[in-house]
Ligand binder design. Structure first.
Ligand SMILES: [Mg+2]
Ligand SMILES: [Zn+2]
Length: 185
């Protein structure tokens, strides 16, 4: 039996994207509706995995410890009223490092799927960037582009890679999949 899981990008999906990177906890701004969306997923027994590119580490803008602090802080905000499974995966590299974890490569997603026993074809990857959609597609995951963060500036009908869903934000996406899940029962 597989576990019910979901893969989420971080910047531009959970928290506000910053052109100069989210470098420490003082720069975290959780987007509207995100906390409710996370709690809704937990209440339907989803395991949440965050998969995020953090090339600022490789560029020397912040340390891996700062990334972990940011993740711990966000998780604490989510867990104020309710607790559930959430796991964090980040790639500290930049394109020139040629690693296999930086999205659009699927390495991070693959690790999350394997470690938590998700079924690739039934798992959604949600992101605000074409890189997220590419990484999800490489593994046959279902993909959703959200129009928060960088997603705001995509002309998605013209994208070469079309995601299964385009939603205003994470909250709208979660409402949709939970409704669809209910209807299929
Ligand atoms: Mg993003
Ligand atoms: Zn990497």
């Amino acid at each position: 039996m597989y576990n019910k899981g979901i893969l989420l990008d971080r910047d531009g999906v959970l928290i506000e994207n910053r052109e100069d990177y989210v470098k420490n906890i003082s720069e975290i701004k959780i987007l509207p509706g995100v906390k409710d969306a996370i709690m809704d997923l937990w209440s339907k027994n989803y395991t949440i995995c965050i998969v995020t590119n953090q090339s600022g580490v490789s560029k020397g803008l912040y340390r891996e410890q700062d990334v972990r602090d940011v993740h711990e802080f966000i998780e604490q905000q989510f867990k104020k009223e309710m607790s559930g499974p959430i796991f964090w995966y980040y790639c500290p590299h930049q394109d020139k490092d040629n690693c296999d974890c930086r999205k659009p490569k699927p390495g991070l997603l693959q690790r999350a799927i394997r470690e938590h026993n998700f079924c690739e074809e039934n798992t959604w990857m949600v992101g605000d960037n074409i890189r997220d959609i590419e990484a999800g597609r490489a593994l046959d995951c279902k993909t959703c582009l959200v129009l928060t963060g960088l997603g705001k500036s995509f002309h998605h009908p013209q994208m070469s890679l079309v995601p299964q869903k385009v939603c205003c934000d994470l909250h709208e996406f979660v409402q949709q999949i939970l409704t669809e899940e209910e209807e299929s029962l």
